[in-house]
Design a binder for this molecule. Structure first.
Ligand code: IMP
Length: 200
């Protein structure tokens, strides 16, 4: 199966490719097809935004399109940055600027009130049809200073408590085993298997 990854975020795309490796899926990127598209993420939820992205790319590609909308929810901030995770510090903010804003918002908030979770919603769309959707989450806590050099986005300040490490300190295979994105992709694969079995 040849799938177009409907994302311009190369780090996120790289993780999806890594998790899909060995599953008999050939990944195509928008760049490889000369597709330059930035669909406006106007949805109020991760689910809505990943469908917006998948459908927009599916208009330009005949095969299946996989879109990911993901982000970080912090309880003490009422679920922010949420769907605004990529642009928390402004429309063109870098990962470092987004992390700095989050740490500033949480200044003075004690450890026990810094609970957070990463959420990832995926949609696989072909033409006008939604083939499967899935959601994955991973609970953790926002620490006060960055740790680790791997990963991207909010990884250096997201503590995965069972391992005692931030997502930026986990090696990539470990992150994939516990992450919201790994969980969502495994769920998506299970749903697709079920659909295939029902169809045969
Ligand atoms: P999207 O492209 O609108 O889905 O933006 C997702 C944003 O959420 C990214 O730019 C990151 O800031 C954040 N994010 C999502 N997944 C992760 C992750 O695995 N690690 C760190 N940050 C993430």
């Amino acid at each position: 199966m040849r799938i177009l990854l409907a994302s311009n975020n190369s780090k996120k795309r790289h993780e999806l490719e890594r998790i899909l490796a060995g599953r008999g899926v050939e990944i195509v990127t928008p760049q490889a097809l000369g597709i330059d598209l930035e669909p406006p993420e106007t949805g109020a939820t991760f689910e809505e935004n990943c469908l917006i992205k998948a459908r927009a790319f599916a208009r330009l590609f005949a095969g299946p399109v996989l879109a990911d909308d993901s982000g970080l929810e912090v309880d003490a901030l009422g679920g922010a940055p949420g769907v605004r995770s990529a642009r928390y510090a402004g429309p063109a903010a870098s990962d470092a600027e987004n992390r700095a804003r989050l740490l500033a918002e949480l200044a003075g908030v004690p450890d026990e009130r810094r609970a957070a979770r990463f959420v990832c919603c995926l949609a696989l769309v072909k033409g006008g049809e939604v083939l499967a959707r899935a959601r994955g989450a991973c609970a953790g806590r926002i620490i006060a200073a960055e740790r680790g050099a791997d990963g991207f986005g909010y990884d250096p300040i997201f503590l995965h408590e069972p391992s005692g490490r931030t997502f930026a300190e986990l090696d990539p295979a470990e992150k994939d085993r516990v992450s919201h994105r790994g969980a969502a992709l495994r769920e998506l694969a299970r749903r697709l298997d079920r659909i295939r079995k029902q169809a045969t």
